[in-house]
Write a protein that binds this ligand. Structure first.
Ligand SMILES: *Cc1c(COP(=O)(O)O)cnc(C)c1O
Length: 229
């Protein structure tokens, strides 16, 4: 087996153990392989090991990989910051966007989603406490944004996403995930049919699964340390 296949297996074991510890079923948590900065051959390697869903942060890099793998029927998720001049490429080449934080971007994606494709599956990124970046919608503004996005014809709102700051303390890791889930539960109670909590990365997937993650976004633990040089 390749190193990537070994790593995928190890990550799946971590997810299985975390779901068992939380009294959840392991198939309640999907694994998104975050392939940003890694070459196409790494994606092919993971695909050969059975991985279907891949996450990318940079539009052109993700589009290039999506086009190169079109025969493999992989599922491409956009998880990075999105500027309005790049929405068309995302609408045309990705199945999911996890990082929506503004209505204007959502409206452009809905208008630009090609008619022959199913609706773009989207999550709203929320700036929970201890957020690693400045991105994401403020918690108090999330409900209004979600209800507006849910009304757009070519988007299907699936849930929420967050990127909390890295912490080594498992209890501290859980707090922002718990906060995201509380917002998610309120939105569900308000009538939005959500089913996705996109939270948890290589260093904190156990904490995220314990707090209800349904998609974990894993890069380093599958592909290795990224080199941005
Ligand atoms: C890079 C990235 C990941 C993967 O992070 P790792 O720590 O490498 O697992 C997940 N989500 C987002 C939004 C990212 O930018």
């Amino acid at each position: 087996m390749s190193a990537i296949a070994d790593n995928l297996q190890a990550v799946k074991m971590r997810i299985q153990r975390a779901t068992e510890a939380a009294g959840r079923l392991s198939d309640e948590v999907r694994l998104l392989a975050v392939s940003k900065t890694w070459p196409l051959v790494s994606v092919l390697d993971a695909s050969a090991a059975g991985q279907l869903a891949f996450g990318e942060n940079y539009v052109q890099e993700g589009v290039d990989k999506a086009i190169a793998t079109v025969d493999l029927n992989l599922e491409w998720h956009f998880i990075g910051p999105l500027q309005s001049n790049k929405t068309r490429l995302v609408a045309e080449h990705f199945s999911w966007v996890h990082s929506l934080e503004r209505l204007k971007i959502a409206e452009r994606l809905s208008a630009q989603r090609p008619a022959h494709l199913p609706p773009l599956q989207v999550c709203v990124q929320v700036n929970v406490s201890g957020e690693a970046s400045k991105s994401g919608c403020a918690p108090a503004e999330t409900a209004a944004l979600c209800h507006a996005i849910a009304a757009l014809p070519r988007l299907q709102l699936r849930g929420l996403m967050a990127i909390p700051e890295a912490s080594d303390d498992p209890q501290a890791q859980r707090a922002p995930f718990r906060q995201l889930r509380a917002i998610y539960n309120e939105l569900q109670a308000s009538g939005l049919p959500l089913d996705t909590l996109s939270m948890g990365m290589s260093h904190d997937l156990e904490a995220a699964v314990a707090e209800g993650a349904t998609i974990v976004r894993i890069g380093t633990a599958i592909f290795g340390e990224r080199n941005y040089a």
